[in-house]
Design a protein around this ligand. Structure first.
Ligand SMILES: C[S@@+](CC[C@H](N)C(=O)[O-])C[C@H]1O[C@@H](n2cnc3c(N)ncnc32)[C@H](O)[C@@H]1O
Length: 217
């Protein structure tokens, strides 16, 4: 059960469910998408919005009791964190998820460096130019605006996240992107950052394809 009672918070959409439906298939009692349960200790849901992904992950722990991972969820919008905490309460998991207000990793404490085995980000991915063309009253919309070409925020995140990954064993980053950006350019930049990109799922929705990908270092 997820409610979106708070202004500016991203109501879960096809992209959110693309991630959740993938993990419904890929989290089993003995494997987290190929990783051993004991190797998944810290998970981060960046840009948590309503908290839907973080809450889903916490509920999977209840379903399969051999997982002991700790879920962290952060967002740049204070209202998103208020909303996500409220939704955690609605799902009877108050106090389980660590919530943080942060512009990407800016407010993360030092102790979280090299910690995360799994990081997820369903980022805003619409190009900002399209969004404010002809609109003199344009105010940045953090839920949709991914930067000039639509992928700048994602690339900034991919630059920063390396510091926070536990690279002592295999770790994964999952992210959403859209065909609305130039995917060839995006994938080349991701390759330049040293990641191996695996395409996992793709859905067509109105004017765009939405893709779920996984990165390894
Ligand atoms: C497309 S929504 C996804 C929300 C949620 N994860 C979901 O799948 O329904 C993108 C989220 O990223 C957040 N966000 C945007 N810029 C951010 C930044 N610089 N740092 C952290 N979060 C950010 C937005 O506030 C929004 O909640």
């Amino acid at each position: 059960m997820i409610s979106v009672l708070f202004e500016d918070v991203y109501a879960p959409k096809e992209d959110s469910y693309l991630i959740i439906d993938y993990f419904k298939k890929k989290i089993t009692p003995s494997s987290f998408d190929g990783l051993k349960p004991q190797d998944v200790k810290y998970i981060l849901d960046m840009g948590t919005g309503t908290g839907i992904i973080a809450i889903f992950l916490e509920l999977m722990k209840k379903k399969y009791n051999n997982y002991t991972y700790k879920v962290f969820a952060s967002d740049i919008l204070p209202n998103a964190i208020i909303c996500a905490r409220h939704n955690a309460k609605l799902n009877n998991i108050t106090g389980k998820i660590t919530f943080m207000i942060s512009d990407l990793f800016n407010a993360f404490p030092q102790k979280l460096r090299k910690k995360f085995d799994i990081v997820m980000f369903n980022p805003p991915y619409l190009p900002s130019i399209e969004m404010h063309e002809g609109n003199m009253n344009y105010k940045k919309d953090y839920t949709f605006d991914g930067g000039k070409k639509g992928h700048e925020l994602l690339l900034k995140f991919l630059n920063q996240v390396k510091e926070y990954l536990n690279t002592s064993h295999k770790c994964y980053i999952y992210y959403i992107c859209s065909s609305i950006t130039n995917l060839d350019v995006l994938y080349e930049k991701i390759l330049d950052l040293g990641y191996i990109n695996t395409h996992l799922e793709r859905i067509h929705f109105f004017f765009e394809d939405i893709l779920l990908n996984r990165l390894e270092i």
